[in-house]
Design a protein around this ligand. Sequence first.
Ligand SMILES: [Zn+2]
Length: 237
Amino acid sequence: MEKTDSLDNYLDPHYITRSNWLRAAVLGANDGILSTASLAIGIAAASSSRDPIVLATLAGLVAGALSMAAGEYVSVSSQTDVEKADIEREREELKEMPEIELQRLAEIYEKRGLKKETAIVVAKELTEHDALGAHIRDELGLNEISQAKPIQAAFASGAAFTGGGILPFLVALFLPLHGMEYYLYGFAIFFLVVLGALAAKTGGSSIGKAILRITFWGTIAMGLTALVGYLFNVNVG
Ligand SMILES: [Zn+2]
């Protein structure tokens, strides 16, 4: 990997946002594929007709997407609440003890490598310019990129789950019923490997390791649900 390239990427805020979104989308899609395919395989192993498989897969897809979105919305909203409370507390502290806050800001810059005199000058100038903004960014570590957006996050994870889960659903709908478990397993592993490689490439980590990991755990998850299906093996068709 070119040193200059990775440094440029590291410094490019858009790259960081893009890679965060891509990683979240890939993980959401992974969930969609794995949980929907596992469900479909379990039903396919227990059933000799297509309808129950298609119905269960669709129900699993919708339920999974909605619960992912709801879970993401709740967790990101509570993160937003915490951030808002921190900002309010910061606003109060700046009103009640501006001198101490100025000192605190200067210490942060000193820790980052500025000389004591330079740090206090920078702290003074940034405080005059936008005191709350400087404390939010440099003391709380919050910025535009990290600011949580519950609706966007909920929508993104629900959409990613749906994007992943729709693949096993199409397999259940169109591929031959005989050996449906193997088609579902084969296609799910194929989609998971492609996504795993994509996530590893984006994150700059080992593609080989990512593929091995996702294939191993994907096989465990789908294998166990198939086993449950065979154990039940009731003709629901
Ligand atoms: Zn402060």
